[in-house]
Design a protein around this ligand. Sequence first.
Ligand code: PHE
Length: 444
Amino acid sequence: MGAAREHWGSRFGFIMAAAGSAVGLGNVWRFPYTTGTNGGAAFLLIYLALIIGFGFALAIAEMLVGRSAQRNPVGAFRALGGRGWPVVGYLGITTGFVILSFYAVVAGWTLAYIVMMISGNLGTTDPEALNQIFGGFVSDPVRPVLYSAVFMALTGWIVIGGISHGIERWNKVLMPALFVILLVLVVRSLSLPGASAGVDFYLKPDFSKVTSQTFYDAIAQAFFSLSIGMGTLLTYGSYLSKDEHLPKAALTVVLIDSGVAILAGLMILPAVFAFGFNPSAGPGLTFVTLPAVFASMPGGVFFGVLFFALLAIAALTSAVSILEPMISYFVDEHGTSRHRAVIVAGLVCFGLSVPASLSFGPAADVTIAGKNWFDLMDFLANNVMLPLGGLLTAIFVGWIWKAAENELRNDGRLHLPWVPAWHLVLRFLAPIGILWIMASALLF
Ligand code: PHE
């Protein structure tokens, strides 16, 4: 079909791009507070068990479908599965729009906070005052919307550059920068007097907080964080050449993703405890509690700017990967130019982000099933669409696509003794596990 498909320039570039997708607001903004309110290390253990149990297997499966088909999610499921299966691709494309609609909002806040940090507007140690600053900002009908627009424009600009000259080039610069900033901040946080109370809180398991809801939260977090279930890894895999050795790349990405999530907790919670702030602030932990922490420490503006830059980078490289599947769909299936596809899809995503942003202000009372637009999109994507996409992908690779094992072994050339085990996970453990977790949380 059409011109030859673009490919990653290097294996390192692919790994940085896939890690850039995985490491996002899910790791730095959501993970620490979810862990903090869900029993600390108890949640962490369940989360890691799910990732080892089937997150990793699913990540390989998705990349493999893309690498074999060399197409976007819809085209890939059509090519390998035939009639009916493109539905999984369409579900993924739709999920991309849903995720970006709220992702762009929080990402916009991170840009705004860089500016506010530099201009000294956050220079108080009083959480109450910071709460009002945060509330005042997010409920403003104009400013956060403009920041989301800037964020979407940056995202679109990178994606327009294409695979090796846009996505890969930027990830190769931004991801190493993110790792350096993260390490600097973890060291700063752990070296504060009183930091160990935060480490205890973070790492001491409290199993009394574990319910079926905890498992559900953990699986939603695992899928969201690993970018599983919407065709992102599939699309990134489709830009790999057929000879690439997948399992190692997938393992590297999974390790980076879990490592960054754990480090993000170690960056945030010790500092919060060191200055005696409340760790269970929920989603506001990052935007309310942390500015107070920065205002309390010497050199706080510097570290604060670094922190919000880290968040913005994490968000940007993920947003790029949420946009790319739909772009590759329009380019492959409809012959749209990349340029045009990015501009139209980017504008639609921005349009959908406006009501999500207004959910914190004028549209706060507009609710569907008790949820405002932001919460509804968040819930649909994390708790329904991604697990469903993951479930269908597992069934597809486990049961429908007969060539899967052979393809993973690169036409049978590689001797990988664990491949049958991987296949069994996709056939039984993953589908049953996902269904059981969803059913028990929804029904009981
Ligand atoms: N993994 C990203 C994060 O943790 C979000 C994401 C979800 C990216 C789905 C791509 C696909 O923030």
